[in-house]
Design a protein around this ligand. Structure first.
Ligand SMILES: *Cc1c(COP(=O)(O)O)cnc(C)c1O
Ligand SMILES: [Zn+2]
Length: 381
């Protein structure tokens, strides 16, 4: 295990690995730091070749002892070449099919790491604020580990995702209002009761480490980095995690360049992508209007700095933010099912719908390679 610190990228604070959710000096979200000098590039290369699932990358994950690992065999998902949509828009399009994870969304990646580290650091109960997928996922891992789990979801959450979480024995708390209300309630309850907070809005610093394994798998399959990665955004830790994964791979000499990161939100709830489109440096919270893409409907009220962290990552990568109108989200959910054979939820359709918009706006050029992250299964919506 080479993770050796929690870091604040805002003010430079550094401290030991702990169940800590913000910087004691400035209040910013934290990141996991590694002693990269102690990791051999050959070991990373071997892990890329050999890994069949997420924990195959354990040398770059923050768990000390594998006896604390809680796994349902997540990760190792296929990268599929588009047969229709890529050709139509003149790009080399791939789908990273995260619907194949144990609970049918990518959230199994952040959660397997989040809960394993929480248990290693002494937690005896876990909780999460979620738009549904994260709740269903954490509930499954908590069931596997035999620890109690509370899930906080906004009222609007898909019944199927709620049912999935409850089936795994989680205690359900429905927050009146938006995701931000569920976020606040979960945070307060965790502080009061000493539960480990596995919420993956950057709040739990370990969960992003699970997200970054998507980059390792893409690199292993493509033999390098694509030109673009398109990611649907809640607060955006998946985007930042994937970028971190590529930055690490470049440091080990396993990719020679970094991908540009495209962040995608539903136009009806788009604090981050609107800030990008308006050329702003700071993200401000928004009112949520109704969107079919519930899983990414995060107004960021009270933690807008998380959105700014994502916006900075997008800019650093020379990427872009794209707000997707409702009709395009719905069209692309149908197109991907009908023409590509993958049944996806609306939030994932937004990532694919970004392809023609990025072409029109000149971000994406003819013939470029682009990986769209298919984050969740259509059966869950
Ligand atoms: C959570 C979620 C996202 C957003 O990921 P973040 O890392 O929270 O930004 C996208 N798509 C689906 C289906 C999700 O469940
Ligand atoms: Zn700080």
């Amino acid at each position: 295990m080479h993770a050796d610190a929690l870091l604040c990228e805002e003010c430079g604070w550094r401290g030991p690995l702990a169940l800590r959710y913000d910087c004691p000096d400035c209040g910013y979200s934290l990141s996991v730091g590694y002693d990269y000098q102690a990791v051999s590039a050959q070991d990373v290369r071997d892990a890329l070749c050999a890994a069949r699932e997420l924990w195959g990358f354990r040398l770059l994950l923050p768990l000390r002892d594998t006896k604390h690992k809680v796994s349902l065999h997540e990760g190792g998902t296929p990268l599929m070449k588009s047969t229709a949509i890529g050709k139509e828009h003149g790009v080399d399009l791939y789908f990273k099919d995260e619907t194949r994870n144990p609970t049918c969304s990518f959230k199994d990646r952040p959660n397997t790491v989040g809960i394993s580290v929480a248990l290693e650091l002494g937690a005896s109960a876990v909780a999460i604020a979620s738009t549904g997928n994260g709740a269903a996922s954490l509930a499954a891992y908590a069931a596997k580990a035999g620890v109690p789990c509370r899930v906080f979801v906004p009222e609007q959450t898909s019944k199927r995702k709620v049912r999935q979480a409850v089936a795994h024995g989680a205690e359900l708390v429905k927050a009146p209002g938006s995701y931000s209300d569920a976020f606040r309630m979960c945070k307060e309850a965790c502080l009061q009761n000493g539960w480990a907070n596995c919420t993956s809005t950057y709040l739990n610093p370990y969960t992003l480490e699970g997200d970054k394994t998507i980059a390792y798998e893409v690199c292993a399959r493509m033999g390098g980095a694509p030109d673009w990665v398109i990611v649907p955004l809640g607060a955006g830790p998946m985007l930042a995690g994937i970028y971190k994964g590529f930055v690490e791979l470049r440091a080990f000499g396993l990719v020679d360049r970094l991908p540009k990161m495209a962040g995608v939100q539903a136009a009806n709830c788009s604090p981050i992508t609107t800030a990008f489109e308006q050329g702003r440096d700071e993200v401000t919270p928004v009112e949520v209007f109704d969107t079919v893409a519930h899983a990414i409907a995060d107004p960021l009220t009270g933690y807008e700095r998380d959105g700014t962290r994502t916006l900075r990552c997008i800019r650093r990568s020379d990427g872009c933010g794209v707000s997707i109108p409702e009709y395009l989200i719905k069209d692309f959910a149908v197109l991907v099912a009908r023409d590509e054979g993958i049944y996806i939820e609306a939030s994932s359709a937004a990532a694919v719908a970004a392809v023609p918009l990025m072409r029109q706006r000149g971000f994406l050029s003819e013939g470029e390679s682009v990986v769209a992250i298919i984050t969740g299964h259509g059966l869950k919506d």
